[in-house]
Write a protein that binds this ligand. Structure first.
Ligand code: RFL
Ligand code: PHB
Length: 395
């Protein structure tokens, strides 16, 4: 027996959950299908930085209460190179926009709670998810839940199922154009039980490679260092990690890195991907399913949120007035922002990391760029307005 809903949503990451929430507020029904368990979804450590527009969106949607109590609000970030630290005061440079540090899994917990409080339909731990009839007017999601075969007929399907996206793979060959760049480095990420070493994030460019100091909670810090993407976590003892971080973060003024027990280690590869268009028939792709950025610019979750903002508005116009213009324009509207996010993430990544093929010319050029960036107000403003988030172009 088939069930029915207006919008079937594949994936309970930030994109899928936020879309379900925005649709609910617009009086539109949805069902969210997720292969992982609720505990897995709420426990995966990923992004940390929210753009001002993402914070505003969560606040306006009524899911910003805990964020405003527990997040860290920073004026800007530090850039560190040549043993010196330079502050970029983004709040001043952008007329008041701040850097918000609030973990992705906390956003997820807030959204799951909001969905369940509103008796929203989120199915965790399902398997064998497939899409049918995305070219037809009656697309469906089929899957198994507790060993039982299920089918949900939908008006539309939103593919919010992350970078490996089954939804994207359901689109017939030849429809999508894929733009892709793989970087020759990855990030080694650690979570550390220690007090913060800095009042704001530090992006460090060193001859030995990139390092990043971020935070999660007063006694939980998040640090990253550039590594070989094919390296293994087991090759990095705690000692080796601390020695490398100390070297890359060392300053002339004797700044001290706070150390403590490492409670999590992870290696992530880095790539830039965009598929175009972000729609096929009645299937709309959103978030990492359509585009992936390297984490250096802190844009991934924010682009996912911006996509579903456009999509929720388009569905609202369709169901309220039969107006299809928003749905027709969905891909083009999102891609304008996506490509700017891609450009920024690529720029931050190539400015701050060292590639094996880099020559001394490349290093000198990077340092000149960082020097320019930290001394020219025009350059700093460009960094700041991209980092805190470009304005939505439909306000
Ligand atoms: P997600 O979060 O991957 O969620 C997709 C969900 O879909 C489920 N799924 C399926 N469900 C049903 N059927 C299937 N066949 C399915 N296949 C998959 C998955 O289980 C999952 O729950 O995608 P979404 O919603 O598009 O969100 C994207 C963000 O998660 C991602 O862009 C960010 O985490 C990227 N990112 C950062 N973004 C920021 O905006 N700021 C940051 O500071 C930031 N830092 C980061 C990051 C990503 C990182 N990693 C680990 C890649 C730091 C790191 C280290
Ligand atoms: C994080 O805290 O995980 C984080 C912060 C800034 C980034 C990427 C990740 O650019």
């Amino acid at each position: 027996m088939s069930e029915r809903t207006q919008v079937g949503i594949v994936g309970a990451g930030p994109a899928g959950l936020l879309l379900a929430h925005l649709l609910h507020r617009a009086g539109i029904e949805s069902i969210v299908i997720e292969t992982r368990t609720r505990a897995e979804v709420e426990g995966t450590i990923r992004a940390g930085v929210l753009e001002q527009g993402t914070v505003d969106m969560l606040t306006e949607a009524g899911v910003g209460e805990r964020l405003h109590r527990e997040a860290f609000f920073h004026r800007g970030v530090y850039l560190r190179f040549n043993g010196e630290t330079h502050h970029i005061d983004m709040q001043e440079l952008t007329g008041g926009k701040r850097v918000t540090v609030y973990a992705q899994h906390e956003v997820i917990k807030d959204l799951v709670k909001a969905r369940l409080d509103a008796k929203g339909d989120v199915r965790f731990g399902v398997a064998d998810v497939k899409l049918e009839g995305i070219d037809s007017s009656r697309p469906a999601i089929v899957f198994t839940q507790d060993g039982e075969a299920k089918r949900i007929e939908c008006d539309f399907i939103a593919g919010c199922d992350g970078s490996h996206s089954m939804s994207r793979h359901s689109i017939p060959p030849g429809v999508l154009t894929r733009h892709d760049r793989v970087y020759p480095f990855g990030w080694f990420g650690i979570s550390v039980e220690a007090p913060p070493s800095s009042d704001e994030l530090i992006y460090a460019s060193h001859d030995r490679g990139f390092a990043l100091v971020s935070t999660r909670a007063p006694m939980l810090q998040r640090l990253y260092l550039q590594c070989d993407p094919n390296d293994k976590v087991g090759n990095w003892s705690d000692d080796r990690i601390w020695t490398e971080l100390r070297k890359r973060l060392e300053t002339k003024d004797g700044w001290v890195l706070e150390e403590g027990p490492i409670v999590q280690k992870i290696i992530v590869g880095m790539r830039s991907v965009v598929v175009e268009p972000m729609r096929h028939g009645r299937l709309f792709l959103a978030g990492d399913a359509a585009h992936v950025v390297p984490p250096t610019g802190a844009k991934g979750l924010n682009l996912a949120a911006a996509d579903v903002r456009v999509l929720a508005r388009a569905f609202d116009a369709f169901y309220r007035r039969g107006d299809e213009a928003g749905l027709e324009g969905y891909s083009a509207t999102c891609l304008r922002r996506v490509w700017k996010g891609q450009r920024f993430s690529w720029w931050m990544t190539t400015m701050l990391h060292r590639a094996d093929t880099d020559t001394s010319f490349d290093r000198k050029r990077q340092l000149a760029e960082l020097d320019y960036l930290t001394t020219s107000r025009a350059a700093m403003t460009s960094l700041a307005e991209n980092y805190v988030g470009l304005p939505f172009d439909d306000r």
